[in-house]
Design a protein around this ligand. Structure first.
Ligand code: ADP
Ligand code: MG
Length: 686
């Protein structure tokens, strides 16, 4: 163990004043176990005594420190055994309501007419409210000499002053252990605050500017550990990643295939195919994310590259997250490929017994060129003769481990992952640092934009139904999506069944099918098949139709309780229509009163551009929880908000690349190296 790594040792191995068994326990319950944890437990806000927040400037969801006088206080019953204490607080700019629950004694201990400091979250009801804040009398708060006090997030049993003293003590004794882990030239060039000073400033800032500088430093530090780690692997990988194999570069089949299509590739499709060809022709193992909005024609790109690999003597696989989707790919891709003499097979959970044995043999012998399937492809007994390309559709449904397992089956681990959850490119590059990113940012020509309408009352709904009837009479088809119910598949099924009954009654002249997660896969496929063939005109469904399903004649979608869905889920769902030559219509049913739900529905009415929606989605979210980021090492960033710190993320990614290039892949700072090692051990063990 190096001297430096001592910072990750348990707290009880350090001498810090006031750190007894009890305190250790309390800290543990706050997730603080090591010296590092304690010193890196940063304040969530500051009480800037030179600058309290004016009531008039408060914002929703803000963690604020307000100084004001109590002008009134009262207790009220809130139903059985519940009680609410409301205080009216005033400062020179306005009034604020402050509330606590089940603390009736406060009415007597807080003094009307006195000045207090309140620290807490701001919520918006009819007026701004601060809910269950910490508070103290201005008079009493004299213990601390500085002007700006740190406010930590605490559990009940821990006091601000106790934690403050512990951290101060720890810093005094062990500051020197926290060696500078950002390379000196980076510190200098980007004017980043040094580590020791930043630790002081973040806990006990001399000015708000100092605290800001420190905050920025720790965001950079955290990102640097992640990005340098990723980029180092890439740099070294890239050097080795060329001329690993040599393809003949035959393109006869691809040409024939393209000539047989009744449309031209879009410019974006062509560009992405070229990007992939370039990797393959340099003998590089490709590892690429293909991002494209719903309906942008990602499958087409996958088909071309699969075909290309096959005619250059490799096998290919395509894995989809659901059986419905795998079957759909198999039917559309398989049909075309078989005609060209390419042997295509389907492997899903439904393939069993003798048939499966035979298929596995054929895959192993190389009699099958392309296998399309579900998770079943990952099973150990699936072996390939000469697998050269893996395509994963709707990648956010799969984890890193599944990707890796499939790659291990290949002689060449060429990987294309396809995602219809667009995220801004700069963010994608940072989140999926180990992948190259290609973007299909163009829809095939002639698509009519989907018209979307949010409906919040019965008369409008009736109008919509009349409209839908006309569409059906014209020969179009419709989806009705039942409310999202997360608690159980059983409940979701129930709600779909009820909706089915209702729709059957209302649209008696048409055949109405139902699709939900509790049906057997064979049943699902059958009913989807019927819908595709237009033997069924209306499909009532739970969200099982969310990904990938392609029925161009379906031009209407009605989504019940639309407020329950997130933006990206709504966008995915809506992507099931607008896939053909006819104009399409989406109705979002909701009588929500919730502001953020309303904003989402409005965004849906205003745009169909997935990238725009993704940006809105990021903006509307408070935390940075984004699809598919779980195992990327990004989702557990503590000092970075991937929604708001996009600029810093990009900066650190670029500077990491630059640094490695200049230093020929070597990281000179040994402390950074050690932190990287630790970080990636943690990511891989997750
Ligand atoms: P997604 O990117 O959502 O997976 P698909 O690959 O399912 O989209 O393509 C949607 C539809 O667009 C399919 O019916 C496909 O045949 C069609 N398509 C793909 N590329 C083109 C193109 N260049 N011109 C016209 N139609 C296209
Ligand atoms: Mg698709």
């Amino acid at each position: 163990m190096t001297e430096y790594s001592k910072i990750y040792n348990p707290l009880n191995t350090f001498k810090i004043k006031g750190l007894g068994e009890k305190t250790l326990d309390k800290l543990r319950s706050m997730g603080i176990e090591t010296l590092y944890d304690l010193i890196y437990y940063f304040p969530r806000a500051y009480e800037d005594r030179t600058n309290f927040k004016d009531i008039i400037n408060l914002r929703q969801d803000e963690y604020a420190v307000v100084k004001g006088r109590i002008v009134g206080i009262e207790n009220r019953k809130l139903g059985y055994r519940k009680n609410i204490t409301k205080a009216r607080v005033s400062d020179p700019t306005g009034f604020l309501e402050v509330v606590w629950f089940n603390m009736p004694h406060l009415k007597y201990s807080l003094k009307v007419g006195e000045e207090y400091i309140f620290i807490g979250n701001i919520k918006r009801g009819y007026n701004f409210q601060m809910v269950s804040p910490e508070y103290k009398r201005v008079e009493e708060e004299k213990e601390f000499k500085g002007e700006i006090l740190p406010i930590y997030g605490l559990t009940k049993s821990m006091k601000q002053s106790t934690l403050r003293k512990l951290i101060e003590g720890a810093l005094n004794n062990y500051e020197g252990y926290f060696k500078e882990n950002i390379p000196a030239e980076i510190l200098k060039e980007y004017r980043i605050m040094e580590r020791e000073r930043a630790l002081r400033e973040i806990h006990f800032p001399k000015s708000t500017k100092g605290a800001e500088g420190a905050k920025n430093r720790f965001a950079v530090e955290e990102l640097l550990v992640l990005q340098m780690g990723i980029q180092e692997k890439r740099y070294l990988g890239d050097i080795a990643n060329k001329e690993q194999y040599k393809l003949q570069d035959n393109k006869h089949l691809v040409k024939r295939f393209l000539e047989g299509l009744h449309f031209q590739l879009t410019g974006a499709q062509k560009r992405v195919v070229t990007e992939i060809y370039r990797d393959l022709n340099q003998g590089r193992i490709t590892n690429r994310l293909i991002q494209g909005d719903v309906g942008s024609g990602k499958t087409m790109v996958a088909m071309i590259v699969l075909l290309y690999m096959v005619e250059n003597s490799y096998q290919g696989v395509m894995m989809a997250p659901t059986e419905i989707l795998a079957v759909q790919h198999y039917l559309s891709i398989g049909r075309i490929f078989e005609k060209m003499g390419i042997r295509t097979a389907l492997l899903t959970g439904s393939v069993k017994g003798k048939a499966k044995e035979k298929l596995l043999e054929e895959i192993k012998d190389g009699q099958v060129d392309i296998v399309i399937g579900t998770h079943s492809l990952i099973e150990d007994n699936v072996e390939f003769h000469k697998l050269g390309l893996i395509v994963i559709d709707e990648q956010h449904r799969f984890g890193v481990v599944q990707r890796k397992k499939l790659r291990e089956k290949g002689v060449l681990a060429n990987l294309l992952v396809m995602s219809a959850t667009p995220i801004p490119r700069s963010l994608a590059l940072s989140i999926y640092g180990d992948l190259d990113v290609s973007v299909i940012d163009e829809l095939p020509p002639g698509r009519k934009p989907i018209k979307t309408k949010w409906i919040d009352n019965e008369p409008d709904l009736e109008k919509a139904y009349t409209f839908i009837e006309k569409q059906l009479a014209k020969g179009r088809q419709a989806y009705f999506v039942a409310p999202l119910i997360e608690e159980s598949e059983k409940m979701a099924t129930k709600s779909a069944t009820e909706l089915h009954r209702e729709i059957e009654e209302r649209f008696g002249n048409y055949k109405v099918g139902i699709l939900h997660g509790r049906m057997r896969n064979s049943e699902k496929d059958e009913i989807m098949g019927e819908f595709k063939e237009n033997n069924i005109q209306i499909m009532v469904s739970t969200t099982v139709i969310e990904v990938g399903v392609n029925v161009p004649n379906a031009t209407v979608m009605v989504i019940s309780s639309a407020e329950r869905f997130g933006l990206s889920a709504l966008h995915q769902l809506r992507g099931r229509i607008g896939r053909g030559e006819h104009a399409s219509y989406c109705f979002l049913l909701s009588n929500t009163e919730n502001d953020s739900s309303k904003s989402r529905l409005r965004v849906m009415e205003e745009t169909t551009d997935g990238f725009e929606i993704a940006e809105e989605d990021l903006r509307l979210r408070k935390s940075g929880e984004i699809f598919g980021t779980k195992q990327s090492g990004v989702s557990d960033l503590k000092f970075v908000d991937i929604v708001h710190d996009v600029k810093t993320i990009k900066m650190v990614r670029d500077l990491s690349k630059e640094y490695l290039k200049e230093n020929l892949g070597r990281i000179e700072n040994i402390y950074l190296k050690e932190d990287i090692k630790r970080k990636f051990m943690n990511i891989e063990n997750n």
